[in-house]
Design a protein around this ligand. Structure first.
Ligand code: GRF
Length: 207
């Protein structure tokens, strides 16, 4: 139980397909789910994520990086939109821009990301390809708090998937996505129910 009067207000930042956004939108339709997506912000005009949000009746905003002088100005615009929508938790879901330390610093403990590997293995781009190239037998998905580094923040939850001998990048990505779509709404629920706490860089989950 939480002291909040309504569902947790979630803002999602996405650059592309938006399947994780969709998982969050779908979860919010479940009875008693304690969070809802109130705004989707994208840095790509043609991102399918924009359409998914619109189709779900959620405000969808394209913020063109070219319209802003530098990263600080762009991130200030993101912040304005998030504040205007009274967002309480920001979920990165395939957002392909690095956020400035100032932005990240303003959202410590309220900014999370999903990554398609078992961090700290295979951070950054092409995590599935990295896993295949390395010869990993197990990989997976991680949801973590965002800090100033790339995929380095405190880990909230992980799910593993096997790597098969005949996997391609696509087949492995598809197997990982199944877990991503389960994990992200689960973590947002835990956050909304105020069951997460940080001890050093370890995240405790109250069961
Ligand atoms: C996912 O694999 C996510 O882990 C990574 O980017 C991808 C986004 O996919 N950060 P989608 O746009 O949510 O479908």
């Amino acid at each position: 139980m939480t002291a909040r009067s309504g569902p947790l207000r979630v803002g999602v930042l996405a650059s592309g397909r938006g399947s994780n956004l969709q998982a969050l939108l779908d979860a919010a339709r479940e009875k008693d789910y304690p969070a809802r997506v109130v705004v989707l912000l994208s840095d790509r005009e043609r991102a399918p994520a924009l359409e998914r949000a619109t189709a779900a009746g959620v405000e969808a905003v394209f913020l063109d990086p070219k319209a802003y002088g530098d990263r600080a100005a762009y991130d200030a615009a993101l912040l304005d939109r998030l504040e205007a929508s009274r967002v309480e938790l920001v979920c990165l879901a395939g957002f392909m821009r690095i956020l400035s330390p100032a932005f990240v610093g303003g959202w410590v403990g309220r900014l999370i990301n999903i990554h398609p590997s078992l961090l700290p293995a295979f951070p950054g781009l092409h995590a599935q390809r990295q896993a295949l190239d390395h010869g990993a037998k197990v990989t997976g998905a991680t949801v973590h708090f965002v800090d100033a580094g790339v995929d380095t923040g405190p880990i909230i939850a992980q799910a593993s998937v096997p790597v098969h001998d005949d996997d391609t990048e696509d087949s492995l990505a598809a197997r990982i996505l199944v877990e991503e779509h389960r994990l992200y709404p689960e973590v947002v629920r835990l956050f909304a129910e105020e069951r997460l706490s940080l001890v050093g860089r370890r995240v405790r989950v109250r069961r």
